[in-house]
Design a protein around this ligand. Sequence first.
Ligand code: 0WD
Length: 257
Amino acid sequence: MGILEGKKALIFGIANNKSIAYGIAKRFKEEGAELGFSYAGEKMEKRVTPISEELGGKFCVSCDVNKDEEIESTFKTVKEEFGTFDILLHSIAFAPADALKGRYIETTRDAYNTALETSAYSLVALCRAAEPLMNKGGSVINLTYYGSEKVIPNYNVMGVAKSALECSTRYLAYDMGENGIRVNSISAGPIKTLAASGIGGFKNILDFIERNSPLRSNVTIDDVAGTAVYLGSELSNKTTGEIIYVDGGYNVMGIGL
Ligand code: 0WD
């Protein structure tokens, strides 16, 4: 019997089968969870619907997290299809490509607002909409990156957005803890996905991590999925507000060679 048997999970942030959210959803399913999917507006429907079908999704709805009316209609569907649910996966980030290269100082007001709204405020909005439908013992999981803490050249405004996301994890853990719901972030090492391909010099980052992380390897979406299963399950039932690293240990290093 799977460790997530009887649990219902709502998945945000699949773009294709390289997405971290795809790896997590697949593993959730293997562990017995029932899945519901959303995609980032009409243009993503064609990509995500087949994935929902592959993984036996109970529903697959449009949810551009920057639109309140789409969040509202998504949770209406969740209520109809799931009643209540247990796990919310937020695996969403976006910043305009120009903001992910060169000097952070050049970040425009628009790019800053877009990055922070899509990548950090979205977690607050989804948690607020989800709270009335989440069971006690439920778990909210989001994805962050080390660029929130230390300077990663080119990561720029996304680092600032991830700081806001991680801080939101702590405040939301406090708010939702009242109802027995946990909120945690997984800080994943770099993985070549659609979102990552927009970051300048990404290949160099992968090579550097392979040489310099304690485990001398890059992480995969399956590695991240294992930790997500732990966070979604009762094995982590007193863990909340945390940033959990799945990065081959890279964050403990002082310098690389
Ligand atoms: O190295 C990496 N790939 C890392 C990613 C290391 C550490 C953390 N992360 C984080 C990302 O910052 C993000 O929060 O993991 C999360 C998932 O990213 P991913 O799996 O690397 O990338 P991808 O497969 O592109 O999924 C992100 C998705 C979007 O894809 P595109 O590529 O179309 O922007 O986030 C979704 C969308 O599906 N997304 C939205 N969803 C709803 N509403 C929106 C939106 N407005 N914008 C983007």
